[in-house]
Write a protein that binds this ligand. Structure first.
Ligand SMILES: [Zn+2]
Ligand SMILES: [Zn+2]
Length: 149
């Protein structure tokens, strides 16, 4: 009986669960709540409404229609949180890097250089999503019009 092989996946799940339960918002240090969209689980801060994405979750979500609903927007949130920089990754405690979106320079977010997780302030994911949809639409229009040339 290979108990090591059996135990390993359970161990990984346990670590994952431990991470989720122990994770606090890097900005306001309150708890995250897990929300599920499609079959992707995202962490959203209960207080500043910031969104935490593990590696590639953001890309997966951007491709799903309606996913901007997970972002509650900045209206109800103290703007001081969006202005905060130099935060630590809630997963691995590395200092996160301030990033700007390559297409939309006004969207600033934090990325972890170790686990590649990203943190978006309330409203920023919505912003990013709108742009992504618009860009796809423009590409589509371009493709269609080029067929008639
Ligand atoms: Zn928070
Ligand atoms: Zn990290």
């Amino acid at each position: 009986m290979d108990t090591v092989a059996l135990a390993a996946p359970a161990f990984v799940i346990l670590i994952n669960e431990f991470w989720r339960f122990s994770m606090l918002c890097p900005k306001c240090h309150n708890e995250f709540e897990q929300i599920v969209f499609g079959d992707i689980e995202i962490d959203r801060c209960t207080t500043c409404k910031g969104l935490w994405f593990d590696m590639l979750e953001k890309e997966d979500l951007l491709s799903i229609e309606g996913s901007e609903e997970i972002d509650l927007g900045p209206e109800q949130v103290d703007p001081k949180y969006a202005a905060m920089r130099d935060i630590e990754c809630p997963r691995c405690a590395q200092t996160m890097l301030a990033m700007v979106d390559k297409d939309q320079y006004h969207i600033k977010f934090e990325a972890c250089p170790a686990c590649y997780g990203t943190f978006f302030d309330a409203g920023e994911f919505r912003d990013l999503k709108e742009h992504t949809v618009l860009e796809r639409f423009n590409q589509m229009v371009h493709t269609i019009s080029s067929k008639f040339e």
